[in-house]
Each structure stands twice: as C-alpha cells, then as structure tokens.
Design a protein around this ligand. Structure first.
Ligand code: HEM
Length: 492
C-alpha cells in the first residue's frame, strides 16, 4: 500500500490550511479596527507578489496613487506601512515620535554583518540615546559654524581648483571630496601614519553594506541565522562572518587612532567629532575604557558619519549641478545674486550666507526635486497604534515615501512639481511646505547631520557659482522626465 497522499488528500489538506488561515485572521481582527488599505494578501505568501520588483521608491509611490496616504502590506515575517502624504507622515512619525522611534530588525546587515550598533540602525533605547546626545551637541548649527567652517571652505575650494584642471572627473572628485570631508569631520584626519587610507576603507565597508541591504532569505526567516554555517545553503552566514570581520577591523582601527589622537595633544589631527567627544569624556573625570557604554556610543556614532553623510550630500549637490544645466535661467538668477552680494574681488565665505536668499532657495529646491533618500529610512512601531480609524500593529515597518507622488513631486504640495523652481521658496511667494521638514526624516530619528549638510551644500553652491558657469555636455532625453532622471547614475 502506497503511503503517498492522493491528489484529493492534498487538495483537502490545502483547503483546510487556507480555511484555518482565514479563521485565524478573522479571530485576530474581529474586535479591532481594520488595517489600512492595501493589496489583498494571499494565504502564507501575503503580499509578496505585490511588492515592487525593481525600483522600490517608484513602486511605493504607485501604492499611494492606488490606495491613498496609507498602504498596508504583509510579507512573511513583516508588516509594512507605506506613507504617501506629508500630513500622515508627520502625524505618525513626528507627533507620535516615541511610538515610532525604533528601527526594524535587519538580520543580514544589522546582526550578521554587525552594523546594527551604528546610529542609523541602532534600536531605540539607552545606547541610541547616548549616541544622539553626542551628535546633537557636535552637529548643531553653531558648532559647525564655529569649528568646521574652515574645513568645509578649504575642501570645497580645493575641489573646485581641481575641477579647473581636471573637469572630466568632476563628479568622481566630488564624491571623493565629500567622503573625505565627513571623514575629517568624524576623525580629524583621512589617513594614519601606517598609510591606512580612511576613504578607501570606508568605501569598501559601504560596498559591503550595500550588498547586504536587500535580497537575503534570512531577513524573511531569521531562524536561519542559528543554523550551523557548514550546512548546505548557509553560504550567506560564511560570507557575513568575513564581512563582519572587515567592518569591525575598520571601525576599531579608526577609533584606536582617535583615542591616540585624544591622548596626544601634539597629534597632527584637526578638531573632530570623535576626538572632541573623547576629550569631553576624559574631562568629566572618567577612565577611557573601550568597553564603556559611552565609549561605545562615541565609536559607533563617529563610524556612522561616512555611511550617513557622504552619499546623501553628494546626491543633493549632483541634483543642483543637473538643475543648473537644465535651467539656465535659474543659474543666471543665482549668478546675479552672487555678483550683487559678493562681487568678483573676493570669494564667498559663510559670513555671506544670511544675504543669499536665492542660494538658500536653491538648496531647498535641490532637496525637494530629487531627495537623497526617496523612501527615507524605515522606522519601526513600538506599540499597537490606531490612526484615522485604521489599526497599525506593533512591529510594523514604516516607510515615508517622500519622493514622486508621495510628497516632493505631489501637486498637492507644489505646483508644477517636476520643474526646478527655487522661486517657490522666496519671500513673497505663496507659502509652501519646506522640504527640510521631510527630506531629513521625521521625529526622534530626524537626521542629526542636517545642518552640516546644509552648510556644506551652501558653501559648495556659492563657491561653484562664483567660480563657474555650468553648461551641459550633450543632452540625454532621459534627463527630461522624473523617472528618467531618477534612474540615471549621474543624478543619484
Ligand atoms: C543632504 C544630506 C542628507 C540627507 C538628505 C539626509 C537624510 C537623512 C534621513 C532621511 C535620515 C533618516 C531619518 C529618519 O529615520 O526619519 C537620516 C539619518 C541620519 N543621518 Fe542624515 N542626511 C544627510 C546628511 C547627513 C550628514 C552630513 C550626516 C553626518 C553626520 C548625517 C548623519 C545621519 C545619521 C547619523 C542618521 C541616523 C539617525 C538615527 O537613526 O537616529 N546625515 N539622514
């Protein structure tokens, strides 16, 4: 007698599972508000087939067009809320900030490769609060103006001098300079006496992180991380162990040098976030021990600068350069302001900032037109919540979809949203939503580097416009549509 089930038995078993699934779902939901709208989940698979397969920001914005400000998606292991409206994002993430202040679990990147201790992925709690305390002090507008204006001015000037001699590498040099700037800001140096090039090391770590952000089954089935790495199919665990070792080594190397620099008042390092924080720690009379919570907070937050601050500032400045090629009349207006306020006999300095409303509007429009983080960084809901009659369960991963139809290109907030028009932010214009209220994120997790970014971009724009006229080389039709620009490497 065969022990294999018959087709009828299989069909019966499958039917019973589906019925049980629906019953379980029903019992779970009968006495509470419904989930926000979204595609109907399939048994077991949930909405996995509804997830965008290529560009997440475009797919998320499309959800907004179909389901409105809130879209609820269920995939195995996660519940996801996509927010496509400024009001809803601010109501939930700003006004109920403490409820939405956690980060979702990222098993491959966070736990196995080990970057979950850094500020952007750190779970809400004591360690994260300590990191934010140091960041808040060091990254205030005044602290940047007083301690780092010279660094920003010098690096931007050197970059633009280089651009005169080697315009072909304008964009690669821009990324290098901005990377080097946040590294110098974090550590006071970009290499050590042993010849370690910090930029090369951090770029390598960043490439590893990019590789492990999406696409690993262990993020859907976290129990896999406990299986032995010699088992077939566990290559991801062996890879992760190697990548973790490389990441840890770089983090330790940079931090040990910062400790040496803080020990040695004669060291050749410039003032920096990590060394200043270490000095402050010593000044409070405490022993420098690498196992201390505060030391860990300084180490991890300093190490977050490159990952969080280099590409984002780069992307914003590239949007500005692109806009200058596509909108010569905007560039002419900016040149006119530079000529009027600064003239040709001296270079712009930070002292000029308050007299340049057009450049400030250029920054706002560059941030709005192509936000560096089109779906922000996801938050995680700490307790069950109810909003506008919808139930949002504890543990939900929340994405603010700030680009495209969500907020920054939504005609509800901006007329003619695809056009680059700094005038919309000038005094006397109809008041509009300031993009600084959403491109830097929301609530307790709001970007602590926003002032550094804005001051860096301001001096970069002022010096570039003072020294150059920016013109396009050829024309790519893709540059004339929102989606075309979005998918071009030169923009992002
Ligand atoms: C134009 C440039 C920048 C943009 C558009 C940007 C945007 C963002 C966004 C959207 C977030 C997530 C906020 C949230 O979860 O709601 C974030 C977090 C963060 N940013 Fe920035 N950022 C920029 C520059 C910088 C710079 C220069 C630094 C340097 C220190 C920096 C450091 C951080 C850190 C450490 C976090 C993690 C905060 C946390 O999770 O508590 N950012 N940024």
């Amino acid at each position: 007698m065969s022990s294999l089930p018959t087709t009828q038995q299989v069909a019966l078993g499958a039917g019973a599972s589906i019925a049980l699934y629906w019953l379980w779902n029903y019992l779970n939901t009968w006495n509470r508000a419904p989930y926000p709208p979204g595609p109907v989940p399939l048994p077991l698979l949930g909405n996995i087939l509804d997830m965008p397969t290529t560009l997440l920001p475009v797919g998320f914005a499309d959800f907004g067009k179909k389901y409105g400000p809130l879209t609820f998606i269920q995939v195995p292991g996660s519940k996801i809320l996509v927010i496509n409206s400024y009001e809803a994002a601010s109501d939930l993430l700003d006004k109920r900030g403490s409820l939405y202040a956690d980060r979702p679990r990222m098993v491959m990147m966070g736990e196995l490769v080990g970057v979950e201790g850094g500020t952007p992925l750190k779970h809400y709690g004591h360690g994260w609060k300590l990191q934010r305390k140091f960041l808040r002090q060091a990254l205030s507008a005044n602290a940047i103006r007083n301690n780092y204006a010279e660094l920003l001015h010098r690096n931007w000037t050197q970059y633009l001098m280089g651009a005169l001699n080697d315009p072909e590498n304008l964009l690669t040099d821009l990324s290098r300079m901005l990377g080097k700037t946040v590294i110098e800001f974090a550590y006071g140096r970009d290499h050590d006496a042993e010849g370690n090039d910090y930029l090369e090391r951090l770029r390598h770590v960043q490439q590893l992180i990019a590789k492990v952000t999406f696409g690993y089954v262990v993020d859907l089935a976290p129990f896999l991380k406990h299986l032995p790495s010699w088992l077939p199919g566990m290559k991801f665990k062996r890879d992760a162990a190697g990548w973790k070792a490389e990441t840890d080594e770089t983090r330790n190397l940079l931090f040990s040098q910062a400790i040496k620099d803080s020990d040695d008042s004669e060291a050749d390092a410039q003032p920096s976030y990590t060394v200043n924080a270490l000095n402050e720690f010593r000044a409070s009379g405490q022993e420098v021990s690498e196992t201390d919570d505060t030391m860990e907070a300084i180490k991890q937050s300093g190490f977050s600068f490159y990952a969080a601050g280099a590409e984002t500032t780069d992307s914003t400045f590239r949007s500005f350069l692109l806009a200058m090629t596509l909108y010569p009349e905007v560039q002419a207006a900016a040149h006119a302001e530079i000529d009027r306020v600064i003239g040709r006999d001296r270079m712009p300095t930070f002292e000029d900032r308050s007299n340049t409303p057009y450049i400030t509007a250029l920054i706002q429009e560059s941030l709005r037109w192509n936000p560096a983080g089109p779906i922000g960084v996801p938050h995680r809901l700490i307790e069950d919540d109810v909003y506008e009659g919808y139930f949002i369960p504890k543990g939900t991963t929340v994405f603010p979809s700030i680009w495209y139809a969500g907020i920054s290109r939504n005609p509800k907030y901006y007329t003619d949203p695809s056009s680059f028009k700094p005038e919309r932010f000038l005094e006397g214009a109809e008041p509009v939503l300031d993009p600084r209220q959403f491109v830097f994120g929301f609530g307790r997790r709001i970007c602590p580097g926003n002032e550094l970014a804005i001051q860096s971009v301001w001096i970069g724009m002022a010096l570039t416009l003072w020294a150059f006229e920016i013109k396009p080389v050829g024309d790519d039709p893709a540059l004339h549509s929102d989606l075309g620009r979005f998918t071009l490497d030169s923009v992002r």
